[in-house]
Design a protein around this ligand. Structure first.
Ligand code: COA
Ligand code: AMP
Length: 636
């Protein structure tokens, strides 16, 4: 069967379709019920099934005689380390660490925060939580202590697991100090903090509740605790439109089924092959395709601690592909742009043997046609852009690699993945014709693997995703569909921006900036950036009578955002203006600001009070060399 038939089957006969997929994983108790609804009308997949994710990812492979296969290939150009960990070794470490956690009183339903660099111990901690039914919440290391503190207060973990340090372009990130600062700020105090000591002689574990990761592994071993299919495997916080992050909750059975399906049918991977997702375990890509997807499917997963460039050079990815015979690679377009900038003729690509590679997958942001063409012609392998989100947990749009009847169209994010009924709607919820841009929504029910709620915030879950269009899930992205059913995702409809493939809230940045004593009013917008896709820029109106030097204010605000949100925000520019462009009702015209900043033509909004403000803004961006042609300016 080709794409059209299989896709139709997945939508029109969804229960049978997903029951067949669920039969491909090892359940302790196979589900009798496929799709059911709770009292609020939300769908649950396989509600009466019972299983354990750590069992599927580890024990099942060892029991099948594949214990000596590589599970994790750890590559850390940053520290010069390279290590292969087999399934048997990983199972051993996970069951030991899980026993240690259980000795500390962690059990089914306990929450655990993991704030760690890209080291095998981070994966061990995740799988150990899954083993005993604890719910992990991994926080990306590039977030500042304040962000960590917010997540601690929301998830109320029993433990925090961290490491002595992380490494970024050769610079050591003092994780212990960051955790200390977060705990200072957080109201909730976890029972214990566990640190993995990366270096000899790290003896900074003074507190009564500060324990050594390795010491915890000396408490015997523990088996898997079977949990219900709907049991939360993890909470993953992502940016919303306000300063408070949203805790996406993922179930166990639906997620396992969807990931297994996607490994086989979307990515076209076979057990034993080598999957290299160059992302971070702090993001959804890391959860689904560094950890759970490849391990569920019996693949080797590359755990890469480093950067695609300058660590040591722009050949890092291809060197790893050659060394480990990587078959499937996944990264963000921004990483390819960073490589292209340093290796425009692809000398490094040509220097290494990349013949093992069967596919390159790109996601996280829209892939521009130039980047797609550059890497496609150099690798001479299919390069697939695909679209999804933290909320979905696995691809929503793309070209399903194992199914015929689709083509790679540059600029397009592909067609709906089996299970997703995707529509483009106008403001009133009517479907738009081909070629017309509108809000991208998914007709309910969502397939298995998608978010089941927001952590202890059902109200925000409903309001944010379902109230706008009854019967649909609102993705927050806009785009259009062509006549052949291929989608083009154009950007967000809310205040979320995408910087180097990292999802960030401009609303949150505004909340931080507005706290500065000199700021009367501000707007933070995402403007085009050649390398990063987007970057934030703050427009500031200062308080009357406040004498401020723009450069000094800029420095202070950069420090403020870096200190509160983290370096990952890449907040580097502040422009002082006399006023902000607004509608008569006082709404800031963000889209118009972005267009002016990017130097692209715009229609003067009919709702604007005084068009003079637009000229002032054009001058302001030009004064900071951010007017027309900004796209050509190097982000550095
Ligand atoms: N811990 C601590 N700090 C971190 C961090 C982490 N895990 N990740 C990023 N940072 C810091 C960086 O050190 C940098 O700090 P600086 O301003 O002091 O230099 C800042 O956050 C911005 O980082 P980043 O946006 O990553 O920029 P970069 O110049 O270091 O690297 C790229 C640029 C394009 C090479 C890099 O962003 C990249 O590889 N992106 C791919 C993203 C990705 O995989 N996304 C997931 C979706 S698939
Ligand atoms: P995150 O939840 O961090 O994975 O970010 C999800 C958001 O990133 C989506 O809602 C999109 O705005 C954007 N995104 C991800 N992949 C793509 C893609 N292939 N094309 C366009 N935008 C994308």
């Amino acid at each position: 069967m080709g794409y059209a038939e299989i896709y139709r089957e997945s939508i029109e006969n969804k229960e049978q379709f997903w029951a067949d997929q669920a039969a491909n994983i090892n359940w302790h108790v196979p589900p009798a019920e496929v799709l059911s609804y709770d009292e609020s009308g939300h769908s649950n997949w396989f509600a009466d099934g019972r299983l354990n994710m750590s069992n599927l990812c580890l024990d099942a492979h060892v029991e099948a005689g594949n214990g000596l296969r590589p599970a994790i290939i750890y590559e850390s150009p940053a520290t010069g380390k390279s290590q292969v960990i087999t399934y048997k070794q990983l199972l051993d470490s996970v069951s030991k660490f899980a026993a240690g956690m259980r000795n500390l009183g962690v059990g089914e339903g306990s929450t655990v925060i993991i704030y760690m660099p890209m080291i095998p111990q981070a994966v061990i901690a995740m799988l150990a939580c899954a083993r005993i039914g604890a719910i992990h919440s991994v926080v990306f290391g590039g977030f500042a202590p304040h962000e960590l503190a917010m997540r601690i207060d929301d998830a109320r973990p029993k433990l925090i697991i961290s490491a002595s340090y992380g490494i970024e372009f050769g610079k050591r990130i003092p994780y212990k100090e960051l955790v200390d600062a977060a705990l200072e700020e957080a109201k909730h105090k976890p029972d214990y903090q566990i640190y993995y000591r990366r270096e000899e002689g790290f003896d900074n574990l003074g507190g009564r509740n500060e324990l050594d990761f390795m010491a915890l592994m000396k408490c015997g071993t523990v088996g898997c605790r079977e949990v219900s299919s709907t049991h939360p495997l993890y909470i993953l916080y992502t940016s919303g439109t306000t300063g408070t992050p949203k805790g996406i909750v993922r179930d166990t059975g639906g997620y396992a089924t969807a990931l297994k399906y996607s490994m086989e049918h979307f990515y076209d991977v076979r057990p034993g092959e080598v999957f290299f997702a160059a992302s971070d375990i702090g993001w959804v890509v890391g959860h689904s395709y560094i950890v759970y997807g490849p391990l569920l499917h019996g693949c080797a997963t590359v755990l890469f601690e480093g950067k695609p460039v300058r660590m040591p050079d722009a050949g890092t990815f291809w060197r790893i592909v050659q060394k480990h015979k990587v078959t499937h690679m996944f990264t963000a377009p921004t990483a390819i742009r960073a490589i292209k900038k340093e290796d425009p003729y692809g000398d490094y690509v040509k220097k290494y043997d990349t013949s093992s590679l069967r596919h390159l997958f790109l996601a996280g942001e829209r892939c521009d046609t130039d980047t797609w063409q550059w890497i496609s012609s150099l690798l001479n392998k299919p390069v697939t852009d695909h679209w999804w989100q933290t909320e979905s947990g696995w691809p929503m749009l793309g070209v399903m690699a194992s199914i015929s009847g689709q083509e790679l169209k540059p600029g397009s994010a592909g067609r709906p993945v089996c299970g997703y009924d995707i529509r483009v709607l106008d403001e009133d919820g009517a479907e738009l014709p081909h070629g017309t841009e509108g809000n991208i929504a998914v007709k309910l029910p969502l397939p298995p693997g998608c978010l089941t709620t927001l952590w202890e915030n059902e109200m925000r879950f409903r309001k944010g995703y379902f109230d706008r269009y009854p019967g649909y899930y609102l993705t927050g992205d806009s785009g259009y569909r062509d006549e052949e059913g291929y989608f083009y995702v154009m950007g967000r409809i809310d205040d979320i921006i995408n910087v180097s493939g990292h999802r960030l809230s401009t609303g949150e940045m505004e909340e931080v900036v507005a706290k500065h004593a000199a700021v009367a009013e501000c707007a933070v917008v995402g403007i085009a950036d050649e390398l990063r896709g987007q970057r934030p820029v703050a427009l500031i109106v200062t308080k009357d009578g406040v004498q401020t030097d723009e450069a000094v204010l800029e420095e202070e605000l950069i420090a403020l955002v870096r200190g509160k949100i983290g370096p990952v925000a890449y907040f580097k520019n502040v422009i002082v203006v006399k006023r902000l462009p607004k509608t008569r009702s006082g709404k800031i015209l963000r889209k118009t600001i972005c267009k002016i900043a990017d130097g692209v033509p715009y229609i003067v909004p009919s709702t604007i009070e005084d068009t003079g403000v637009l000229d002032e803004l054009t001058d302001a961006f030009a004064r900071r060399s951010m007017g027309i042609g900004f796209r050509a300016i190097d982000a550095a």
